[in-house]
Unconditional design. Structure first.
Length: 210
């Protein structure tokens, strides 16, 4: 499979002032595109897994020949992580989780406020480059955690629902070293409708797998 850069559902300036247009454009056309180019290059050399879905590969990286494993981990993770990142943001205020997803957030974290606090804390304290995540585990439980670099939640047995990129390239132009300000602003552009839909889809999928 040859991977291609997915187009965004909104223009680069749509998330401003929370995320500026230049950051969005560089992030999408340089960083994300770069991961895809390197992923395709790595997969060129291993025809035995070229047609295996990337989700499956990242769930069990041992299927990748050892000399290419780190590249597939970094660049395959980079591709999937960014694809989800773009899909779970949208312009305009969406107020928060709804329906069954909202109930799951409340029952797991106590309240939506507690969830935000926990997620924000994980995003803020991830040392160096990485991601903060809301994921669904094999028992269909929600959890908040972070990963380093471009590691995918799939590598830890989670299905990712919502991820926040805390690499400096995601926020430096507007926020410089103020990661906390970037995190606070990002909540304004979370596409909760997309996250709730993904929750419903994944709960059913994980349920069937049992
Ligand atoms: Mn990024």
């Amino acid at each position: 499979m040859i991977y291609e850069l997915p187009s965004l559902a909104y223009p680069y300036d749509a998330l401003a002032p929370h995320i500026d247009a230049r950051t969005m454009e560089i992030h999408h056309t340089k960083h994300h595109a770069g991961y895809i180019a390197k992923l395709n290059k790595a997969l060129e050399s291993c025809p035995e897994i070229r047609e295996t879905p990337l989700e499956e590969i990242l769930t069990d990286l041992k299927v990748v020949p050892e000399d290419l494993r780190q590249s597939v981990r970094n660049n395959g993770g980079g591709h999937l992580n960014h694809t989800l990142f773009w899909e779970t943001m949208a312009p305009g205020c969406v107020c928060g989780p709804t329906g069954e997803f909202a109930e799951a957030i409340s029952s797991t974290f106590g309240s939506f406020g507690n969830f935000r606090e926990q997620f924000g804390g994980v995003a803020l304290t991830r040392f160096g480059s990485g991601w903060a995540w809301l994921g669904l585990d094999k028992d269909r439980r929600l959890d908040v955690f972070s990963t380093a670099n471009q590691d995918s939640p799939l590598m830890l047995g989670y299905r990712p629902l919502l991820g926040l990129d805390v690499w400096e390239h995601a926020y430096y132009l507007t926020y410089q070293n103020r990661r906390a300000d970037y995190i606070a602003a990002w909540w304004n552009v979370v596409n909760w409708k997309a996250v709730a839909e993904s929750y419903a889809r994944l709960v059913a999928l994980v349920g069937r797998a049992h």
